[in-house]
Design a binder for this molecule. Structure first.
Ligand code: ATP
Ligand code: MG
Length: 204
């Protein structure tokens, strides 16, 4: 821009060079090759959709993907339709019962959670899976439907090359500790609060 002083441009260039050097050094320092465990948490929108974004990335490389959803909402979701109907190569499983405020029966929920975990656990032991998504798993731990120790150990002991994504609000310290990456999606604003209805293809 013509109204920029030469001094400002030089300062910018020097700052950018420093930043580039820092980035280069960090890239060089990261030498470990292995799968990663990621926890996507927080009260904002974007946890599950981020996980499904990574599913798409993995599929781009023909990676083997397993998706386990630990809730079943009232509504069918776009990701469920897409994966079930058009991605037979993705192993998709959904818990298949309403959430607790639908069933209001803790024992039914526990049985459903354990049945679902019985599908997820072998995936975490199978090195043919490159990516396993455990969508909304944190609630199963929060409600004590599943043993935190068992879940944490399964994540820790999974095949070296396998990546795993866990979504859901909360997620205790043991889970945070065993994973490599924790991202917290913070609600700054949500359309729902302005009375806008959940939208097909955006929210579900
Ligand atoms: P998404 O699936 O859109 O990435 P999410 O996984 O981060 O959302 P969940 O708690 O699983 O969030 O909720 C799923 C649904 O609830 C979506 O329809 C989403 O738009 C909506 N939602 C997410 N966060 C909020 C919020 N803070 N207030 C109201 N609705 C929300
Ligand atoms: Mg979600």
């Amino acid at each position: 821009m013509s109204d920029e002083t030469p001094g400002k441009a030089a300062k910018h260039k020097s700052a950018m060079q420093k930043q580039q050097a820092n980035v280069d050094a960090s890239i060089e320092a990261a030498t470990i090759e292995r799968g990663v465990a990621i926890l996507l948490t927080g009260n904002g929108k974007g946890k599950s959709s981020s996980a499904f974004g990574m599913v798409m990335r993995a599929l781009g490389y023909n990676h083997k993907v397993g998706v386990i959803q630990f809730i079943k909402g009232e509504l069918l979701s776009g990701e469920e339709i897409y994966l079930r109907e058009r991605c037979p190569q993705v192993d998709f499983y959904q818990m298949g019962t309403g959430f607790t405020w639908n069933t209001q029966d803790r024992n039914v929920d526990i049985a459903a959670a354990r049945k679902t975990w019985a599908i997820a656990k072998p995936m975490l032991q199978d090195d043919s899976y490159n990516l396993v998504v455990l969508d909304e798993l944190t609630y199963m731990l929060a409600y004590d439907y599943l043993s935190e120790t068992e879940v944490v150990e399964a994540i820790r002991d999974r095949p070296v090359e396998q990546s795993v994504i866990i979504t859901g609000r909360g997620g205790g310290s043991a889970l945070q500790e065993v994973v490599d990456t924790v991202s917290e999606v913070k609600e700054v604003k949500h359309a729902f609060r302005a009375g806008i209805k959940a939208r097909r293809g955006v929210d579900y």
